[in-house]
Design a protein around this ligand. Structure first.
Ligand SMILES: *Cc1c(COP(=O)(O)O)cnc(C)c1O
Length: 411
């Protein structure tokens, strides 16, 4: 049974029929969001029933847009661990820091949740192929879920996209195109090509279902924290699907009476070389302006004109949040710090949160006993590593080798 009541424009409120193929609002062109009959959901599922279900994001089936009896296109995404980062917390003089390790998803990033859901729904509504502009991970995930349901996929990424994401799309049989510029340039091509060839346009938040996949992070976080919310949530912000999606999940749980706390302070973290949300937030603007010459090796943050700028800024302001930009150098240092202290090799985007935590603590913007969650969106192994000490090569006699090992270890 589906509990979707309708699909609604997040700006003008215009209602759309959820059974139709949907992209953006037909009235004003803004982002759509799925709405549920939460009273009915509450009658059909309990916290106890949920606990007994197998892992994965479809545990929360009643709060997904899946049609009755629909089998999702899945590779087992979701149910990622919420890791207590005690040594990292101590490093910053904090007591409660967790990392939601989204790098453990299929495809090595949380894009698996969004694209798995978007492709499940688009296929159910009759899509025969997919086109997606991407900074890397979204294209890889789209290709993988398209392969999983036997439909063709075309991925357009900027030149310089991390090779693992390109390989991931290619090995799943997608056609991959590169283009000069950023995801914004790729998006313009997709907007022209998709209607001509009749394939579904999976651009970030230009259809309402990717958000529902990302939302499941919020549902999981609430459950993993014993049906409470953290005080502070740091999110590495590109297109903002999780920044908008996680609070959406919390709001639905709150409307159902499953959690009582106010929303956490949401903190958008971006790279100094591409920080349209940070700039708009501090300028007091209602929406973001296109960022010229975006540069950062955190590919997922290289989004110069996010479609949901308006919605993100509202959430940051409504929750008393903030927006912080960090340097490339700080991201690399933070990536090594998290690896060394916790054994988690997170992506540069996730590492940006660790860098931002240092900034916020220094400014005394986070109290020592605040409960802080970092959304570690992807696995570091999908990117070129930061500069690291080289491996020590061993050669010569057994004695030479042993001496070299002891010398290098200093023991
Ligand atoms: C896409 C991506 C981001 C940015 O996510 P948005 O929802 O677009 O803001 C952050 N980290 C990684 C690893 C990503 O792939």
């Amino acid at each position: 049974m589906s509990f979707v009541s309708h699909v609604e424009c997040t700006i003008c409120g215009h209602r759309h029929d959820a059974k139709r193929v949907l992209s953006v609002c037909e009235q004003c062109g803004q982002m759509l969001a799925v709405r549920y009959d939460l009273e009915q959901v509450n009658k059909h599922v309990t916290k106890e029933a949920l606990r007994a279900r197998p892992p994965g994001m479809y545990r929360f089936r009643e709060l997904t847009p899946l049609d009755e009896d629909e089998t999702p296109v899945t590779l087992g995404e979701g149910s990622t661990p919420l890791l207590a980062l005690r040594r990292l917390a101590a490093h910053f003089g904090l007591r409660h820091v967790w990392g939601k390790d989204e790098g453990q998803n299929p495809t090595g990033s949380f894009k698996a949740r969004g694209l798995g859901m978007a492709i499940t729904l688009a296929r159910a509504r009759g899509a025969t192929g997919f086109v997606i502009p991407s900074a890397g991970n979204a294209g890889g995930a789209a290709a993988v879920y398209a392969a999983r349901c036997g439909l063709p996929c075309a991925v357009i990424v900027p030149r310089g996209t991390p090779p693992a994401a390109i390989a991931e799309a290619a090995i799943a049989g997608a056609k991959v195109f590169t283009i000069e510029g950023s995801i914004a340039t790729a998006g313009k091509v997709v907007a022209k090509v998709a209607p001509q060839i009749g394939w579904f346009d999976l651009s970030t938040l230009k259809e309402p279902y990717r958000l529902e996949g990302k939302k499941t992070m919020g549902l999981e976080l609430a459950e993993q924290l014993g049906w409470t919310m953290p005080d502070v949530l740091l999110y590495p912000t590109g297109g903002g699907t999780g920044l908008v999606g996680i609070p959406k999940g919390y709001e639905e749980l709150r409307a159902m009476g499953w959690v009582g706390d106010p929303l956490p302070r949401v903190i958008a973290v971006q790279a100094e070389g591409c920080a349209p949300v940070v700039k708009a937030f501090h300028d007091g603007a209602d929406t973001t302006a296109a960022w010229e010459n975006p540069t950062t090796h955190a590919a997922g943050l290289r989004v110069p004109s996010p479609f949901a700028g308006r919605q993100m800024l509202k959430i940051l302001r409504d929750t008393g949040g903030d927006a912080v930009a960090v340097s490339e150098r700080a991201i690399q240092d933070a990536q090594r710090l998290l690896g060394r202290l916790e054994g988690v090799w997170t992506s540069p985007e996730g590492a940006a949160l660790v860098a931002a935590l240092g900034v916020l603590k220094e400014r005394r913007d986070i109290s020592a006993d605040a409960r802080v969650v970092l959304v570690l969106t992807g696995a570091g192994i999908k990117y070129d590593p930061p500069p690291l000490p080289p491996a020590v090569d061993l050669a010569g006699s057994d004695d030479d080798v042993v001496a070299a090992v002891r010398g290098a270890l200093g023991v």
